[in-house]
Ligand binder design. Structure first.
Ligand code: P1T
Length: 391
């Protein structure tokens, strides 16, 4: 179904999937098999071995390509293994410019694993275009961006950076995890590759770990497809089925995540125990204008600085009941966490301080529950902080 005129709400339900040719099953079967019978050596129906290809994975990849408006998509067993595959297309001596505010695991992968292959990294505050321009070298092959960044929710101008990178012969990769293709379209803004931790919004139900890349360049795709099979970080058929199911509600989920995100952000901004709220949809966000231009929704991720320090943060995070204190994001249930201790612990403390990941920084992933219940839970948790403070 390569009809580009269909809206994203329709694509989410239908992309990539057709009734099973064998039985007419409307939902893609879980082809729980590692191998495929061949009538004579080398003769097969397109499937030889499930590391290489699997009939539950194929429609998922097709759906993802259609959703992101890309020619090609590949899935991997986690977001990090998807990133690793992209970086594995570089050679020793190549240089990468990366945003300095990234998911902690991405930073760890770059500095502790990929750097060992002789690939050099420069981390820059990519919201400042000049810092990107200045970091580019003759051997720069890739610019790696998150926008909004995790966890500080800074925005990066994808179009402007794509122009800078392309004029220097480098490709641009955007980790689109926080926005999903519903709210942000990096390929249409000039990026060369989009990556997602599908563990988050794309699956949406906190029951699968998976990653993907989407791109248009056929020769780069062929290299990545080679690596998917040669390295073997592939997801299981059952997980592919679960994501195919999750995708069907992506557009309606994103809409509710964003509605709740906006309401929670506005409420927090008025609260006496909150020092500062960061949410791209608030007019107070330093890049609110870019948010309006680059995104069609602001998502459900919020970070805020609590008044106080580690002790107050601990008390607040221990007092929430509806919000689950847990790493991850993008599921239907609301999550809350402490980046310095949890998701971004693998970033050295000095760099954390520089970026702004202080002990009073709290990150929220707004789920799709009723807004009144979410606000009531936060209210109760603030009251718990207050009750100790006044004693
Ligand atoms: O966890 P995994 O599926 O391997 O994806 C890694 C990843 C990549 N990119 C972004 C923007 C991410 O947020 C993540 C994973 N993040 C969390 C677990 C988290 O709580 O932030």
């Amino acid at each position: 179904m390569a009809d580009h005129h269909l809206k994203i709400e329709t694509l989410a339900v239908h992309a990539g999937v057709e009734p099973d040719p064998l039985t007419g099953a409307v939902m893609t079967p879980i082809y729980q098999t590692s191998t495929y019978a061949q009538p004579s050596p080398g003769e097969h129906k397109g499937y030889e071995y499930s590391r290489t290809d699997n009939p539950t994975r194929t429609p998922l990849q097709k759906a993802l390509a259609e959703l992101e408006g890309a020619q090609h998509a590949l899935v991997f067993s986690s977001g990090l293994s998807a990133i690793d595959a992209v970086l594995n297309t570089l050679q020793a001596g190549d240089h990468v410019v990366a945003g300095d505010d990234l998911y902690g695991g991405t930073y760890r992968l770059f500095t502790k694993v990929i750097a060992r292959r002789g690939i050099e990294f420069s981390f820059v505050p990519a919201q400042d275009l000049e810092s990107v321009r200045a970091a580019i070298r003759p051997n720069t092959r890739l610019v790696w961006l998150e926008t909004p960044t995790n966890p500080m929710l800074s925005l990066v101008d994808i179009q402007a950076i794509s122009e800078i990178a392309h004029s220097a012969g480098a490709r641009v990769c955007v980790d689109n995890t926080f926005m999903s293709p519903v709210f942000q379209r990096p390929l249409e803004l000039g990026a060369d590759l989009v990556m997602h931790s599908m563990t988050k919004y794309l699956n949406g139900h906190s029951d699968v770990v998976m990653g993907c890349v989407m791109l248009n360049d056929s020769s780069w795709f062929a290299e990545l497809k080679f690596l998917q099979n040669a390295v073997g970080a592939v997801p299981a058929p059952m997980d592919c089925f679960l994501v195919l199911r999750g995708l069907k509600t992506l557009a309606v989920r994103m809409q509710r995540h964003a509605e709740n995100g906006a309401r929670v952000a506005e409420w927090l901004a008025e609260h006496p125990w909150v020092e500062r709220v960061i949410f791209p949809g608030l007019a107070s966000h330093p890049q609110h204008e870019l948010a309006r231009r680059q995104m069609s929704g602001f998502g459900g991720m919020i970070t805020f600085f609590l008044k106080g320090g580690l002790e107050e943060s601990r008390r607040f995070l221990s007092a929430v009941q509806l919000f689950t204190l847990a790493e991850s994001l993008g599921g239907v249930e609301s999550l809350i966490e402490h980046p310095a201790i949890m998701t971004h612990a693998s970033i050295p403390p000095a760099i954390r301080q520089e970026i702004g990941i202080h002990d009073n920084l709290i990150r929220i992933s707004c789920g799709i529950e009723h807004i009144d219940d979410l606000l009531q839970d936060l209210k109760t948790a603030f009251a718990a902080v207050e009750s100790v403070a006044v004693r």
